[in-house]
Design a protein around this ligand. Structure first.
Ligand code: KG4
Ligand code: ZN
Length: 338
């Protein structure tokens, strides 16, 4: 094999991930070592535990993607690593290894914004040419509406004023005593529940801008649980979860389509961990259909944190003629996309 593989490393939070892709960004091998179980007893991510485990997990992951691709380090022609946003100590591990490998292999190095990885991921699988669109990124740390005019050309339209959508799921999951992270747990329990059983606020639905706020919803969920007392039957939990989920989905879907109308985009792409949510996918697809907006949602395999999306972003930047990053570019825990 000639040297034509992109190697990408993602260590922005608690998942250690390594991927190999071809120069068009299509995944050749992608592995994730999840630390969810390690952090679960603490109800959230413990930064030092995360970075120590990134250090331990990266080498075996690197060896396993090379073996799966039947490739050696000599087949790598470009190296990429996530440089932010995220936890500083976690980002440093992947960024430092990526730079060291790029120097050792004599390859260009691309520092990739984790959010750009999410933003472009709906175009990864099934493969689709990246074209101008409206992007909704919904993850544990971010809720962003972005006007994407091309690779590297992003304009921020709206963001959350307080909690991110995933954070609201996780905090309410904790109030319910569910395992961390709460998002997938709430979504599982919401199935079969009555979405109108509880009335939760839809903050900023009529605000006329593209910003979000989820802290009022979280507070309302807490008051509702206090009022209900406990222990709660499975049916009540299902109704509570379905009603809570519906409040988030209503706001995300309406703001996304309002932003499409305002910008004239007829294509929207939804990404980030929360885009795994079944009800969100279902609603955005049907609301998009009614509004004449084509919707792409990231494949669930590439929705939560992974390195294939980082490889795809790096290959897309390379293909668009955007320069590699200087090796003295630092990580940035607060890196912005636009
Ligand atoms: O993108 P991601 O893996 O990490 C960040 O960059 O933050 O997103 C993680 C977030 C968590 O808040 C998690 O609860 C949420 O995605 N999540 C979900 C679902 N699966 C993951 N939220 C709601 N429903 C789901 N099915
Ligand atoms: Zn993420």
């Amino acid at each position: 094999m000639s040297a034509e593989l992109v190697l990408a490393i993602e260590t922005s939070c608690d998942e250690t991930a390594v991927a190999l892709a071809d120069l068009t960004g299509r995944p050749v091998a992608s592995r994730i070592a999840s630390q969810v179980k390690l952090h679960a007893p603490y109800g959230g991510v413990v930064p030092e535990l995360a970075s120590r485990n990134h250090s331990l997990d990266l080498r075996p992951l690197l060896e396993s993607v090379l073996s799966e691709a039947n490739a050696s380090s000599q087949d790598i022609c470009l190296v990429a690593a996530t440089s932010g946003p995220g936890l500083a100590s976690s980002l440093l591990v992947g960024d430092t290894l990526g730079k060291a490998l790029a120097v050792g292999l004599g390859c260009p190095f691309y520092s990739i914004n984790h959010l750009e990885g999410h933003l472009l991921s709906p175009f990864l699988q099934p493969a689709r040419k990246i074209s101008p669109h409206l992007a909704l990124i919904v993850s544990g740390g971010h809720t962003l509406l972005i006007d994407c005019r091309g690779v590297g050309d992003y304009r921020l339209l709206g963001t959350t004023k307080d909690d991110a959508a995933g954070e609201a799921f996780d905090k309410v999951g904790k109030l319910l005593g569910l395992p961390y992270p709460g998002g997938p747990e709430i979504s599982k329990r919401a199935e079969g529940g009555n979405r109108t059983a509880f009335s939760f606020p839809r903050s900023m639905l009529q605000s006329g801008d593209f910003d979000f706020s989820f802290s009022g919803l979280k507070t309302s969920a807490r008051y509702t649980l206090d009022r209900l007392g406990g222990p709660l039957s499975d049916d009540i939990v299902a109704d509570f979860c379905a009603s809570f989920e519906e409040a988030i989905v209503d706001v995300l879907s309406k703001k996304l389509l309002d932003a499409c109308i305002a910008t004239g985009h007829r294509l929207a792409a939804v990404s980030g961990g929360v885009s795994c949510n079944r009800r969100l996918r279902e609603r955005i697809l049907s609301d998009g259909n009614s509004a004449g907006v084509e919707i792409l949602v990231a494949d669930p395999a590439y929705s939560t944190d992974n390195a294939a999306m980082i490889a795809f972003a790096a290959a897309s930047r390379h293909a668009a003629g955007l320069s590699p990053s200087p090796l003295d570019r630092d990580i940035n825990p607060n890196l912005r996309l636009a």
